[in-house]
Ligand binder design. Sequence first.
Ligand code: 5RP
Length: 225
Amino acid sequence: MDNRDLEKQIAAREAVKFIRQNDIVGLGTGSTAFFAIQEIALLVKNGLKIKGVPTSENTAALAVSLGIELLPLEEVKGIDITIDGADEFDEQLNLVKGGGGALFREKIVASLTKNEIIIADSGKLVKQLGKFKVPVEVVPLALNYVLQQLAELNGKGEVRMKDNARFITDNHNIIVDADFGLITDATGLAESLNRIEGVLAHGLFVQLASKVIMGKGTQTIIYAK
Ligand code: 5RP
């Protein structure tokens, strides 16, 4: 395992300590969340009773393969704790998410969650968000309108591709990765993106994380509200 993966695993091990018996647990998406799901599966094998709420079809398949019982997102009224990854975070706990394309379900899950814990390797901490382009999930019919609106906000949008075709999300939409340069006002930009018709969700997560647990070497550093 390389150093980044070790940091992800250390952060995941620390994060699962916050899970309690009978919790409803949001299960994140991506290579960092993968470590948390593995740790949760181990706890379940050892007698912990939880129900998981997946943030993507990939995560649902992984969780089921590891023996974690799931609840469908549309039936859940509240989630006790979620452990998810991020593409970037700052010390104010603002995040960019959606590198894996699961941002819409991740945001719904985060919004339903009492204790949203983000786990990350040390490469994810930034002074200012924006080096990682902001993923925007777009209803395909609205693509040109959304690109124009992003340009009005000084954002340069590019349709995400995979295997020479448009990347399609679990919700049958497309992703536009938007470059705004370094973001000075994450709250303002998030609000502006929320107002664009045809945008289902964007990857700026403001005021949603309760803590970030970052692996650094063999230690963890916790950033909390
Ligand atoms: C998926 C996400 C992921 O949490 C984010 O992309 C980080 O992924 P990784 O842990 O693989 O670096 O938001 O939509």
